[in-house]
Write a protein that binds this ligand. Structure first.
Ligand SMILES: *Cc1c(COP(=O)(O)O)cnc(C)c1O
Length: 376
């Protein structure tokens, strides 16, 4: 049996090695390392895949979020409403621009921002809602878009963990996550569902004006070469990553199917166990299982983590400290928040290995070790 890992990017690479190696070599031969046809081809293919009019490739998912906030004209003193139960990048970029993140609770079932608490958090300074499709499950976008219209707020989707998720509205319309809000952001960090062989990111929008602005901001605020109209940054997806992503994008749906299959296996194996809540899947979306995260009851989570590690079974805590409790946010009054559901989750979640190369015998072992600890 192959050793257990949280992700197995190596085996995944070996399966497409011929194509990938040829594509990388072609970039080296052409020596066009920045921009060029790989990058524009990838942007076009991804736009088509995601049902978005525009895709602006950039250097990473964190930059994507920052560029989105800048393009919407958010300034120091403005507020965004965002979950605290998320990866830090979502809120860090706001703080970097002097924008105040207003942290709200997540829905304990979906791990995503709870629309029911958003409205109470709106103030005259609120400019945007930033939902995160955590672990690959979509936030309740129908309710969020409704609030956005009602209160005239922008919506920036953090789609770094959910690329490929199909979200179904109550009228039957289906849209990919990342194409629903005014702007969607994603990351091609190697372990993400669509991972590069290094850093990468992209921004989605249907809006001409925003697309043009974001392209400018990602390129030193240039409208044409050496004419800089606005303050921007330098955020590019390089040609080699684009060449690799062009190939991996054609496999994304099968990668997602493999993740869902692995999740189904875990679900079945843990079904009925009172100490384990398997991940909830709302039938309004297709959970793409960037993570397989369970909630433990009457079980010492950290002891389980250690027990598994001692037996060669990796597991991770995403995330051990919610954003509002990070020291970084002391200056933003983070420590004044009362988010009991977020704290509750932070103490009870554990993520098990899930990736495209996971084999049934590996899952059997993981499950048996988890159950041995939980049932004793
Ligand atoms: C990975 C991730 C990001 C940041 O992406 P990078 O490419 O690492 O900068 C942002 N938000 C979420 C939810 C993520 O999982």
């Amino acid at each position: 049996m192959k050793p257990l890992q949280m992700v197995d990017t190596k085996t995944q690479y070996q399966k497409i090695k011929k194509e990938v190696d040829a594509a990388v070599l072609a970039v080296m031969e052409s020596s066009q390392f920045i921009g060029g046809k790989e990058v524009s081809e990838f942007a076009d293919s991804l736009a088509k895949y995601n049902g978005s009019r525009y895709v602006i490739p950039c250097a990473n998912g964190t930059d994507a979020l920052q560029i989105a906030l800048m393009a919407l004209g958010l300034k120091a003193g403005d507020e965004i409403i965002t979950p605290s139960f998320t990866y830090i990048a979502t809120v860090e970029v706001a703080a970097l621009l002097g924008i105040k993140p207003i942290f709200v609770e997540v829905d304990k079932k979906t791990f995503c921002i709870d629309p029911a608490v958003i409205e109470k958090a709106i103030t005259p300074k609120t400019k945007a809602i930033v939902p995160v499709h955590l672990y690959g499950h979509a936030a309740n976008m129908e309710a969020i878009m409704h609030l956005s219209e009602k209160h005239n707020l922008f919506v920036i989707e953090d789609n770094a963990q959910a690329i490929g998720n199909d979200y179904t509205f109550s009228n039957g319309n289906i849209k990919k996550t990342g194409s629903i809000g005014h702007i969607g952001c994603t990351s091609f960090y190697p372990s993400k569902n669509l991972g590069a062989f290094g850093d990468g990111g992209a921004i989605f929008t249907d809006d001409d004006n925003l697309a043009q602005k974001m392209r400018m901001i990602a390129s030193h605020g240039q409208s044409k070469r050496y004419y800089h109209d606005v303050v921007g940054c330098n955020s590019r997806l390089d040609a080699m990553q684009a060449a690799i992503l062009n190939i991996k994008l054609t496999h994304l749906d099968e990668y997602i199917a493999a993740r869902i299959k692995a999740a189904d296996y875990y679900d079945k194996a843990f079904a009925g166990n009172k100490k384990i809540d398997t991940p909830y899947r709302d039938n309004n979306n297709k959970h793409v299982f960037h993570q397989y995260t369970i909630i433990l009851h009457d079980t010492n989570r950290d002891e389980l983590h250690q027990f598994l590690a001692d037996r060669g079974v990796p597991s991770m805590i995403y995330y051990p400290v919610p954003a509002h409790r990070q020291k970084m946010f002391d200056a933003f009054g983070g420590n004044k928040y009362q988010l009991p559901d977020t704290d509750w989750l932070t103490e009870r979640v554990i993520s098990l290995p899930i990736h495209t190369e996971l084999e049934e015998e590996q899952q059997q072992l993981i499950v048996s070790q988890v159950l041995e600890f939980v049932n004793r």
